[in-house]
Design a protein around this ligand. Structure first.
Ligand code: ADP
Ligand code: MG
Length: 725
């Protein structure tokens, strides 16, 4: 019969566009926006005024939720949801795997007389009890202990999730153990936002802004992804099981022409984009940007930035929505960091800033000397935080998948550094030159007196190789992996910058005492100190070059190449102190994260290794020996009739088959060997022994792909998968 690959090629060729197409004329995008969200305006319409006001205080000012209002809110939410066709409600939560989890319950309750009523109480809204026993807890919760609880997060609005056969009311929640420990990604985000707000307020107060509007961290994540036709996807066990191809020779044409980047978007892909954007708009996710990315078959989608907690929930929804809608268009959306070797991987650039409704964006350089001085404090606090916590930042993006990007053959490197741009670097240099006595010598800047030279707000010639770049009014953390929840990186950024602001505020408060006229002098010496101490982290050059690796080493910057190098940073000096001091993670919670992430790493590689063995044995080896046998019989037949035939190809195939067999045996053995004590040792074993053994198997398989007859080759090739139409 026809091989799955050949069947896939035929099916792809016969793709028919979906009909009827979407129509934005009848319901324009702005009408769709937020249609499925239990938003502030819906609440205002449907809730009694005092209850609405109380709820808004919790949402906007971070005040404690008044449980007494929950029944009324729940009832309004239920009515709204049922009008939109909902039969169930679901507490949605974010376990440490980085995935999204949900537990669905029906609104329906028998009335005792053979009928039924719908029910949704305040208690059911506030707290749920999913059977979360299968989620990783890194040792926090033993199976014999009580279950985890989901707790309503009032600051992230409930929404309706549509399905062709009905809808569900979804309620974003935190997931905690019965002892109150965070078992999830959301809880620490909320805590770190509180910490950041508290410290930012102290700085603002020194600048005379003593109002209390909440300073929130803001996040705008740019998501990169690949699309492949689903027929190819299902003909590749590696893609649908591990999310990345474990085999595949480099195609004759890769990304070297750069003709895909910002080229016209293929029609089927654009149809998919329009449909997924429509779904995201209904969910109130402010989608803004779409374009092709560098690699063939690679694309990007970016929403406008939002408050970090909301942006994190929306990011999770975005990933699931892309995957769901891609299916509709006969494609699979891959968010793995490196689905295809030899072409660009996918990242998730997390744009980060902080701001409040009264002060606006605090990383926006101002128009007046006073505004500029304040900006410089926030900016310098970020620089200090990144410099002192390189390891922690690196650890926050450490996953098995992201190892194929960071420190491998593409930007950004695993070395954390900051791109400031020439102008801002120059500003800091001048401040440093000015010294503590606000000298007015030429070429120096006096903080709080001079206005900054205009900084480029636009990104034209931006440095794309820097892992942490200032981009005019925000920082962009580019080392985040495409498949990651952005929660972890945000928690780290919020917490270390809170600590840094604390440091700055304490210094300034001390220096100023009760004499506000001392502010400028105090700022000048603080900024001079910070920039002198933290200068090694600033690097405006090419982060991709070998020269930078050497230079970074000279500067004493960390270069943590892999996950097993980076994750132990979570127990590095000062890390426990920083997380506990600001109430973001307790010691046990921090330990549980290290344990869980190491486990995830081991699990990922273990699955990939088993798949490598299975595919090598059951797909690649059979194809190779079939071809070998065809060649052998050709040789024998020709010899029988006296024709001499060159056996080079047969010998080559035989050699490669032998290499494949031997390397598979080594890999299989490596999987039975590990007898390591700790999870870290186990992870190191996977990194040091199993991964290289997998690479050897792949080497032989990919070479065979270049020799075996095309009609016998079982796996869709890179060429076929990447050039999606
Ligand atoms: P580029 O590809 O040039 O980096 P994009 O337009 O793709 O830029 O993405 C920039 C992202 O940065 C958007 O999500 C945008 O909303 C976000 N952003 C802008 N200002 C801020 C801010 N103050 N805080 C956080 N993110 C921001
Ligand atoms: Mg971008």
């Amino acid at each position: 019969g026809r091989s799955p690959r050949m069947a896939a090629i035929a099916a792809v060729t016969n793709y028919q566009p979906l009909s009827p197409p979407l129509d934005f004329t009848n319901t324009p995008a702005h009408v769709l926006f937020g249609q499925n969200v239990f938003s502030k305006s819906v609440m205002k319409d449907r809730l009694p005024k005092p209850i609405y006001k109380s709820l808004i205080k919790t949402i906007e000012a971070g005040e404690k939720l008044d449980p007494a209002i929950a029944d009324v809110v729940a009832s309004a939410m239920k009515d709204w949801a049922i009008e939109k066709g909902a039969t169930h409600y679901a507490h949605v939560f974010y376990p440490l795997t980085g995935a999204t989890a949900e537990k669905h319950d029906s609104f329906l309750s028998p009335d005792g007389n053979g009928g039924a009523v719908t029910e949704f109480s305040g208690k059911q809204l506030i707290q749920g009890e999913p059977d979360g026993s299968s989620f990783p807890t890194g040792g926090i919760r033993q199976t014999f202990e009580a279950r985890g609880y989901t707790i309503w997060d009032v600051t992230s609005p409930a929404y309706i999730l549509e399905n062709p056969n009905g809808t569900t009311l979804c309620i974003p929640t935190a997931f905690v153990s019965w002892t109150g420990e965070a078992l999830d990604k959301k809880t620490p985000v909320l805590r770190s936002m509180q910490a950041l707000n508290a410290q930012a307020q102290r700085i603002l107060k020194l600048f005379g802004h003593a109002d209390d509007s909440f300073v929130a961290s803001t996040a705008g994540p740019e998501q990169e992804y690949f699309l492949v036709d689903r027929h190819f996807y299902f003909a590749r066990p590696d893609l649908f099981t591990a999310g990345r191809s474990l085999f595949g020779a480099t195609p004759p044409k890769g990304q070297e022409f750069d003709d895909h980047y910002f080229g016209a978007i293929p029609e089927r892909v654009l149809a998919f984009m329009l449909d997924s954007e429509r779904e995201l708009l209904k969910l109130g996710i402010p989608i803004k940007t779409r374009h092709n990315e560098v690699a063939p078959g690679q694309f990007e989608i970016a929403p406008m930035f939002e408050s970090a907690n909301l942006a994190t929930d929306h990011q999770q929804l975005l990933m699931t929505t892309l995957k769901r809608v891609a299916e509709k268009y006969g494609m699979a959306c891959l968010t793995h960091e490196k689905p295809f070797a030899g072409v660009n991987g996918s990242g998730k650039h997390v744009n980060w800033s902080l701001g409040s409704s009264s002060q606006g964006n605090l990383l926006d350089p101002g128009e007046t000397p006073h505004e500029n001085a304040q900006f410089l404090v926030f900016c310098a606090a970020v620089i200090r935080a990144v410099y002192l916590n390189q390891g922690l930042l690196r650890a926050s993006v450490a996953t098995a998948g992201n190892d194929h990007r960071l420190g491998a053959n593409e930007a950004p490197p695993a070395i954390i550094s900051i791109f400031l741009g020439d102008q801002l670097t120059d500003v800091f240099e001048q401040i440093k030159g000015g010294g503590a006595n606000s000298s007015i010598a030429k070429g120096t800047l006096s903080v709080g007196v001079d206005v900054l030279p205009p900084l480029p707000k636009d990104a034209g010639d931006r440095n794309r190789t820097s892992p942490f770049a200032f981009t005019g009014n925000r920082f962009e953390f580019r080392a985040v992996g495409s498949n990651q929840s952005i929660a972890g990186p945000l928690v780290v950024m919020n917490t270390i910058i809170a600590e840094s602001l604390d440091y700055c505020a304490t210094k300034l408060e001390k220096a100023i005492g009760d004499d506000p006229s001392k502010l400028h002098g105090a700022l000048q010496s603080l900024l001079t100190e910070l920039i002198t101490e933290c200068e090694p982290i600033i690097f405006n050059g090419d982060g991709y070059s070998d020269a930078w690796h050497a230079e970074a080493e000279k500067r004493g910057l960390l270069n943590l190449k892999t996950t097993v190098d980076a994750l132990p940073e979570l127990e590095g000096p000062g890390v426990k102190e920083i997380f506990t001091k600001y109430g973001v993670l307790s010691e046990r919670e921090l330990e549980s994260r290290l344990e869980t992430y190491l486990e995830q790493y081991c699990l990922t590689i273990s699955v990939e290794a088993k798949l490598t063995v299975e595919m090598a044995k059951t797909l690649i080896f059979p194809a190779a020996v079939r071809y070998q046998s065809q060649l052998a019989s050709t040789c024998a037949n020709l010899a029988a009739v006296g024709i001499e035939f060159d056996t080079d190809t047969l010998e080559k195939i035989t050699e490669l088959v032998k290499g494949l067999q031997d390397s598979v045996a080594v890999l299989e053995k490596s999987l039975t060997d590990p007898d390591e004590q700790s999870t870290l040792d186990h992870a190191k074993y996977f990194a040091g022994d199993v991964l290289p053994a997998m690479a050897t198997v792949r080497k032989y398989a990919d070479l065979l792909e270049g020799w075996v007859a095309d009609d016998l080759w079982p796996l869709p090739t890179y060429q076929e998968m990447l050039f999606i139409k």
